[in-house]
Design a binder for this molecule. Structure first.
Ligand code: FAD
Length: 404
């Protein structure tokens, strides 16, 4: 008698759990096992830099699934187990517990991890990616010393905002002209700069840390403009890399992430990928893209699960989509801004802190950045999806957009 098919998902977070749900919803009748390297039950990762960091006591994070939900869906979640290798010929995943787990379908959802920064004496500077990191960051912040963030990406900025809400003195060192410029353009970047400055953050733009010396309480950060900055506590927020080292030598095509077709299929039969680790072909953009955003991980994971379970393989949703919360405001970005796009005001204005800005070139709109206009966002998403010209973004009324 043939045994039921086995699906193995490696990575138990947004993409991995959504993939498991997609498998079940797509009619996968066989076993589903999800492996997670962290010791904790999967939790709401974006809250790490927001509510969880704000609370200076240990707060239980929101669980992504209850044990009852997992049982009801027959999903076998194994936490504290890391995959260490993949044997594509024998269809096996090897774990750090010394087991070799067979699969009929494998979904790789191992996410990404912060780019490590070390001091001259080899100290690895703290980062914020998981609950264990949070415990370390809380201990450091609890000393009451001023904090310097290396990196002004959205995680660095969120951490800065949350620490200011706790009255911690904060300096941010960022490499772009203004914060998040490449994603949101200069106008919004400058607006963000102003927002942080008005909350007491010292923000230095256009500088890169080239080396860090010293130790806790007395660091020196040398910058590429020849100056240096003294810091008591440093948090590194200098970007992330896909967690794909465990796949090296497996035969799977990798290039700063797992290379996938539009439907999440990798270069190897029966192996798929989703979430931060996946570099997915976007036929519209004629390139492979990798996003590091929560909603993308959920949408991609779910679609890959459905694709594995079903006969038809649909492309995963290709549009970049993220939000960031700073000082009680939520900035939302849809689409991918291109470097020579111009920024066009569509609704509201930066001065009021409520705005929708389109990022466009020659009438083609590539992305939208909004703050305080959530009602019309769904409409803009639809316009972006069908490559509507900039004139349409401008001409529809708020009511028309909300009902699109
Ligand atoms: P991950 O969430 O990284 O999960 C991968 C999991 O796989 C991890 O638990 C990891 O331990 C596990 N794993 C890795 N290797 C192995 C292995 N070999 N074997 C088994 N398990 C393994 N995005 C937004 O859009 N908005 C936000 O506001 C936002 N805020 C964020 C704040 C912080 C502090 C951080 C760190 C991220 C934030 N993000 C945000 C990004 C978002 O959290 C990620 O895009 C999302 O978590 C990616 O989901 P994923 O499932 O692909 O990967």
């Amino acid at each position: 008698m043939k045994s039921s098919p086995r699906a193995l998902v490696v990575g138990a977070s947004a993409a991995g759990l959504s993939a498991a749900d997609g498998l079940r919803d797509g009619g996968w009748e066989g076993d589903i096992t999800v492996l997670g390297a962290e010791r904790h039950l999967p939790y709401d990762r974006p809250a790490l830099s927001k509510a969880l960091l704000f609370a200076d006591v240990a707060v239980e994070p929101r669980a992504l699934r209850t044990p009852e939900q997992l049982v009801a869906r027959r999903i076998d979640l194994q936490v504290g187990v890391a995959a260490t290798g993949l044997d594509i010929d024998r269809h096996l995943v090897v774990t750090d517990h010394g087991h070799a787990l067979p699969y009929d379908a494998l979904i790789i959802a191992t996410g990404s991890q912060p780019r490590p920064l070390f001091t001259a004496s080899g100290e690895r500077l703290p980062v914020l990616r998981n609950l264990d990191d949070l415990a370390r960051v809380q201990r450091l912040v609890g000393t009451g010393r001023p904090v310097t963030l290396i990196g002004a990406g959205f995680i660095g900025l969120e951490v800065a905002a949350t620490l200011r809400a706790r009255d911690v003195p904060v300096t941010v060192l960022g490499s772009q002209r203004s914060p998040l410029t490449s994603s949101v353009g200069d106008c919004v970047g400058e607006w963000l700069h102003g927002l942080h400055r008005s909350h007491g953050v010292e923000l230095r733009n256009g500088v890169k840390a080239v080396s860090v010396s010293g130790s806790f309480g007395d660091y020196r950060i040398d910058l590429d403009d020849g100056t240096y900055h003294r810091a008591e506590v440093i948090l590194a927020a200098a970007g992330a890399d896909p967690t794909d080292a465990w796949l090296a030598g497996s035969g799977l095509a990798l290039n700063k992430g797992v290379l996938c077709g539009p439907d999440g299929r990798t270069s190897v039969p029966d192996v798929w990928a989703a979430g931060d680790v996946a570099r997915v072909e976007d036929p519209r953009a004629h390139q492979r893209r990798r996003f590091e955003h929560w909603t993308n991980a959920i949408e991609q994971g779910r679609q890959v699960g459905l694709n594995v379970a079903g006969a038809v393989a649909r492309p995963t949703p290709g549009m970049r989509s993220f939000w960031t919360e700073q000082y009680g405001r939520t900035l939302r970005v849809l689409g991918s801004r291109e470097h020579d796009d111009v920024d066009v005001a569509i609704e509201g204005d930066l001065a009021s802190g409520r705005f929708v800005i389109a990022h466009a070139r020659q009438g083609e709109t590539h992305a939208i950045t909004s703050c305080g206009f959530d009602r019309t966002l769904r409409g803009y998403r639809k316009l972006l999806q069908r490559d509507a010209p900039l004139s349409e973004f401008k001409s529809l009324t708020a009511e028309q957009l909300a009902s699109t």
